[in-house]
Write a protein that binds this ligand. Structure first.
Ligand code: GLY
Length: 397
């Protein structure tokens, strides 16, 4: 009898604790989405007077820095507004989202960069998903055609940057983030060219970008004649052999998406290996917000990168839906910790500050001394995406 009473007491306590935990995540997510809505409404009001431009970051005096549609981050602010419209159903946010999305249209003809996934799929892709606007679909399909002109069959990859710095055919790990866009084009058109390019790019990247411990090089450059690997180096990391934090998050996100889109278990295995490498890394801080590079000199006295954490959190929430139950639980715990931390005053700005961006403390390129310890649109975008994904997870359990 005594044992029975104890067991009942324990399960009631456990039930209350998990309800409390869920309540508090509910509250944090709602509060962070409301905050994002306020900040980005104010930002959209500012951007209404800046035709053709998109927000990028702030300068050292706190003034807004903008960029044109050709900068790789142009799609994130429109994409964030689409998520916030999806959350709020506020017609004003929808108008703002349409306004800034249209600023990127001309990039559908851009064959000079691999970044069309970020630029077009985050903006037009979310816009199409939410509104079904056929004009958005046309822009996306034109953009997808432009992007695949950068695929070279003898290498098996999409070229990231044009030849530079002695690199004939540089492919960066970030490029995995374009594949969701191309897999969407495959699902819309049935053209297997898109599928084959995505699978080839993922397989060649898996073979050449990853070290035995599942960390990734940033840049792998290929010889255009032989198709062989030319060099493995870094551009934004601490050294050629280091694990640049955002690059690791891009890889995690990219292989998670490729598993979702193809059902090929080698991509799930890859995503799980990357997740486990990151979560168990000796230089991962307890709060799960990575340093800008897992091998940065001076750890712990160096910058964190909120963008790497936001991308990782969003990817882990999705990956938790595919992994076995033990890993899934762990991935959700880590994502929860990251969301809690990013939603705290340590990373989330105060209302009306931070140039109307949401998160503080991201790193663009520390070696180039560019955008160090600043807000960045992509940190905000993946933070909002993680909030939306976790919210959906809470609703479904
Ligand atoms: N794709 C550029 C970056 O992650 O900084």
């Amino acid at each position: 009898m005594r044992n029975l009473i104890l067991a009942v007491l324990c399960s009631v306590t456990f039930f209350c604790l998990s309800c409390k935990r869920q309540d508090s995540m509910d509250r944090i997510i709602r509060e962070s989405l409301e905050f994002s809505l306020e900040q980005y409404s104010a930002m959209a009001g500012v951007m209404a007077d800046k035709p053709d431009l998109l927000p990028r970051t702030i300068d050292k005096d706190g003034n807004l820095v903008t960029a044109g549609s050709g900068w790789w981050t142009s799609g994130f602010f429109p994409g964030s507004l689409w998520y916030l419209y999806e959350y709020s159903n506020d017609p004003k946010i929808r108008e703002y989202a349409k306004m800034v999305t249209s600023r990127i249209e001309k990039e559908k003809f851009n064959r000079g960069t691999h970044d069309l996934g970020f630029m077009l799929y985050c903006s037009y892709g979310n816009g199409y998903r939410i509104t079904g606007d056929e004009n958005y679909r046309d822009v996306l399909l034109t953009g997808a055609k432009s992007l695949i002109t950068r695929f070279r069959p003898n290498i098996g990859c999409i070229q990231s940057w044009n030849s530079r710095q002695g690199w004939q055919f540089p492919v960066i790990i970030d490029n995995m983030m374009n594949l969701e866009f191309l897999m969407w084009a495959f699902s819309q058109t049935g053209d297997s060219t898109y599928y084959n390019i995505c699978v080839s790019h993922s397989d060649v990247t898996m073979k050449n970008h990853f070290r035995p411990d599942y960390s990734t090089w940033h840049v792998v450059s290929y010889d255009t004649i032989t198709g062989a690997v030319e060099v493995k180096q870094t551009h934004q990391g601490a050294s050629d052999e280091s694990a640049w934090a955002r690059g690791q998050s891009w890889g995690l996100y990219g292989y998670t998406v490729m598993y979702r889109e193809t059902g090929l278990t080698r991509y799930l295995d890859q995503a799980v290996h990357i997740a486990d490498f990151l979560i168990n890394h000796p230089n991962m801080p307890d709060d799960m917000i990575p340093y800008w590079d897992y091998n940065a000199p001076g750890i712990p006295d160096t910058n964190r990168d909120a963008s790497a954490a936001a991308i990782m959190a969003s990817a882990l929430i999705e990956l938790a839906g595919y992994a076995d139950s033990e890993k899934s639980q762990r991935y959700l715990e880590v994502a929860e910790k990251q969301i809690r931390m990013l939603s705290s005053p340590a990373y989330r700005a105060e209302r009306g500050s931070n140039g109307n961006f949401i998160l503080m403390h991201s790193v663009g390129s520390l070696p180039a001394k560019s955008e160090v310890d600043v807000p960045l649109t992509y940190a905000d975008y993946y933070f909002i995406e993680a909030l939306m994904r976790y919210r959906q997870y809470l609703e479904m359990r």
